[in-house]
Design a protein around this ligand. Structure first.
Ligand code: ZN
Length: 310
């Protein structure tokens, strides 16, 4: 084989490899997903709440999947929010019309907007939870998403119960421009109202949490819980690297790195998040506390003393 035939055979191999690359729909239809360098059965990962049992990698989990995991199917009630009259005031069009993108996102996720909110109970405590669906135009925030957060916070205030926000967003939606950016202020004002009512506000940072949402309400929680391995950032790593011209560590902008810097309070595996929220809320609300605190011990001792006395 001379050098010309060798080059031709290499070129043929490259062509075959390129041709064989799976399409998006083929990947979606496949029974396997790539994890820890090998094809892994999707079913195995799904049954473990989308966490790989081999390498503990936390795969993406949608809001409804998370609510089902936390509260059980049919044990949570969706909060409906008012819909804005015109979600596309700029008549935005890039490769596609924005209105078509919205239709597509609604079809994929089954949601009206990128945020799904619900009322539920944990450990007999009423709670309101909102979670962002990254599959809805990258979890970006626009007018209807802002309305959803406002309606959910309002529900929490009316019910006098804690509010939990599970972030996972690419930021504010560029198709609605300034009107999206305005939601950062509106949502932050809503959270301030919650805090004025002395109601706990917890944030769970799921991957990826970036941009404007991270620069507003996802950073104002009384307690911030990071989900193992999640990205938490404002601008992306490459942008920071290019701007500051510095070499950044491998774990840069992970919740583990953010915890070292004081931005995150605790990093937990997905399975441990709800039990931890239960404990935190029972302490914050001084209700059904499962934690041995000085106050609980005193209460317990007094109760046993009065039992003996009677
Ligand atoms: Zn894995």
């Amino acid at each position: 084989m001379n050098w010309i035939t060798r080059i031709i055979s290499v070129a043929d191999k490259i062509k075959t490899a390129v041709r064989k690359r799976a399409t998006k729909s083929e990947i979606a239809a496949s029974k396997y997903i790539s994890c820890h360098g090998v094809p892994t059965e999707k079913k195995i990962i799904e049954e473990n709440n989308f966490v790989c049992p081999e390498c503990n990698f936390h795969h993406y989990q949608t809001p409804s999947q998370r609510f089902d995991m936390w509260f059980g199917k049919n044990n949570w009630t969706k909060i409906d929010s008012p819909k804005v009259a015109d979600p596309d005031p700029y008549r935005w069009e890039d490769k596609k019309k924005y209105t078509d993108r919205l239709k597509e996102a609604k079809k994929i996720t089954g949601q009206d907007n990128a945020i799904l909110s619900c009322e539920a109970k944990i450990n007999d405590i009423d709670i309101v939870v909102s979670a962002v669906n990254f599959k809805f135009i990258g979890g970006s925030i626009s007018l209807n998403e802002g309305e959803n957060v406002l309606a959910s916070v309002q529900t929490a205030i009316e019910k006098k119960c804690p509010y939990i926000f599970v972030s996972g967003s690419g930021g504010m939606r560029m198709m609605t421009n300034m009107l999206s950016l305005m939601q950062m202020t509106r949502m932050t004002i809503a959270i301030n109202e919650l805090k004025k009512n002395n109601l706990p506000y917890l944030v769970v940072v799921a991957s990826p949490s970036t941009g404007g949402l991270q620069a507003s309400i996802a950073s104002t929680g009384d307690i911030c819980i990071g989900e193992r391995g999640a990205t938490m950032a404002f601008a992306g790593k490459r942008i920071v690297e290019a701007t500051t011209k510095t070499e950044l560590p491998n774990n840069f902008q992970t919740v583990e790195w953010q915890m070292e810097k004081g931005q995150v309070d605790i990093v937990l595996d997905r399975k441990d998040i709800l039990p931890t929220i239960e404990k935190l809320l029972s302490i914050l609300l001084k209700k059904n506390s499962v934690i041995s605190t000085e106050e609980n011990e005193t209460k317990k001792n007094t109760q046993s003393l009065s039992k003996v006395a009677s």
